[in-house]
Design a binder for this molecule. Sequence first.
Ligand code: SF4
Length: 336
Amino acid sequence: MIPCSINTCHNLEWKKQLAQAVTSPAELLSILNLKSDELGLGKATELFGMKVPHAFIARMEKNNPKDPLFLQVWPEDKEFELADGFSKDPLQEQSANPIPGLLHKYGSRVLTISAASCAVNCRYCFRRHFPYDEQKYGDSNWQDWLDYVTKHPEINEIILSGGDPLLLSDEKLSRLFNRISSLPQIKRVRIHSRLPLVIPNRITQDFLELCTSVGFRVILVWHINHANEIDQHVKEAAEKCHAANIMQLNQSVLLKGVNDTCQQLQSLSEKLFDCMIQPYYLHTLDPVQGAAHFELPESVIRDIYSELLASLPGFLVPKLVKEEANRRSKTPLLLS
Ligand code: SF4
């Protein structure tokens, strides 16, 4: 196999890039010319593994321990600290899990856990402790999901979530989409993925053709937190999706040290607009154990957001929301 490096990775097929993702903290520091005496040894991989594709590392600035992309993936020693109010299942998802791999939290839509891992491990992830190995994946349990949906005619949307659903091969996605097409009640399939961001080659011709051939609308929700995550390869992938009539939205998480200024969020919205991606949600951090160092005080969040409102046209301002356990919707954070 050709080893992937920062310079060659974009030419490799996405599965090869994935197989060559960096999982060793020491290797990541070496690529970025960073020192472990300042950053530690990345021991928090004991709590949650590290995984970063080279194509994403290529967008990080060398010699910069505060790079906003690096901070999202670096296993900080602070992850070992327990913080009040932070837990392993902050959204109590496991109580909304009627059958393995399917969550029914909101009336008209169900969320399916379509894969057991991701292409990148984000340190703030609210599912970092999710018991993926207790779920079922693949063709055998799709029928259970679809039977559940059929028994709930109020459901008109299926959300493919993660682990990352675009880890499924195009052949497998095609089989899943065909099964979903047999349910006339389904109007939309929403894909939440960070894979096309970290490995833009994931937007293959087969995937695009699949999305245009099905009887329901496909929505791709990108999870981009900072404008530096968007390079020319990401832009081209988004343009292909746009040309294939895939609706594209973006949701971000507001993270201390990563994107906690109005100027950064403004640049992100402008860059999303250039890529035909609509800013959609700006989430506050879910209080998941190990991620407390990303938390911002609510007063700071409100200040940033009110500045953002004054800086952008309304259609480029994502909705500021908080996700709370056992609520029938996300909670909008209203400015007083
Ligand atoms: S890609 Fe999404 S689900 Fe996967 S680790 Fe990152 S935030 Fe979590």
